[in-house]
Design a protein around this ligand. Structure first.
Ligand SMILES: [Cu+2]
Length: 209
């Protein structure tokens, strides 16, 4: 039995290696551990449509601002962070380098605003199924999320869950693909945020601020 015993020196080395690995992976230091992700869903698309989008709410529990810098998923060839902008009255999508999550605040990825674009789907996203995606934050830490795949008519969980709302109404996609709000249309305000009529969208809410 003697040769099964670890020499004392090896034990010391193992203990130090354990301490080192624990301290470098300290939970408190990873941005991913400070961000709570909820309402994760993706849009089911018709079979011929090679792109779709994923939506979610990011809640920052830290007192410093953080950012989502990229996302990836096996379901698509390319995954990009996008926003919607109104240009000459037309809603266009544009890739963004990051999505800021304010200190002790939320960033809402919702139809008509920020979204995770899934480009070159390997197979159609089917309603009722779930896809897995990995979110990467500015320190390189990652978080894996599961997105419920919803039908074309699903507009998000609504204002109470951080979806876009506009006054008393809800923002949704208009028939031309732009944002609409009640009878009006959502556009982009001068600071790049969404606005709706006279109001501004922010923190997942539109108007009344
Ligand atoms: Cu997009």
């Amino acid at each position: 039995m003697r040769n099964l015993r670890f020499p004392a020196l090896a034990m010391v080395a193992i203990v130090f290696a354990l301490i080192a690995s624990l301290s470098t992976a300290s939970a408190g230091d990873r941005v991913a551990d400070k961000i709570e992700v909820s309402d994760v869903w993706a849009r089911a698309m018709p079979p011929m449509q090679p792109t779709s989008a994923m939506f979610l709410t990011l809640k920052n529990t830290a007192s410093t601002a953080h950012a989502l810098v990229s996302a990836s998923s096996d379901v698509a060839r390319t995954v990009e962070l996008h926003t919607h902008l109104m240009e000459d009255g037309v809603a266009r999508m544009r890739q963004v380098g990051k999505i800021d999550i304010p200190a002790n605040g939320e960033a809402s990825l919702a139809p008509g605003g920020y979204h995770v674009m899934l480009i070159g789907l390997h197979a159609p996203l089917k309603e009722g199924e779930v896809l897995s995606a990995t979110l990467t934050f500015e320190d390189g830490s990652t978080k894996t999320v599961e997105a419920a795949i919803r039908g074309l008519s699903y507009k998000g969980d609504g204002a109470s869950h951080g979806g876009m709302k506009c006054g008393a109404g809800k923002c949704g996609m208009s028939s031309d693909g732009g944002m609409k709000c009640g009878g009006g249309k959502c556009g982009t305000s001068s600071d790049g945020g969404m606005k709706c009529g006279g109001g501004k969208c922010g923190g997942g809410k539109c108007g009344g601020r």
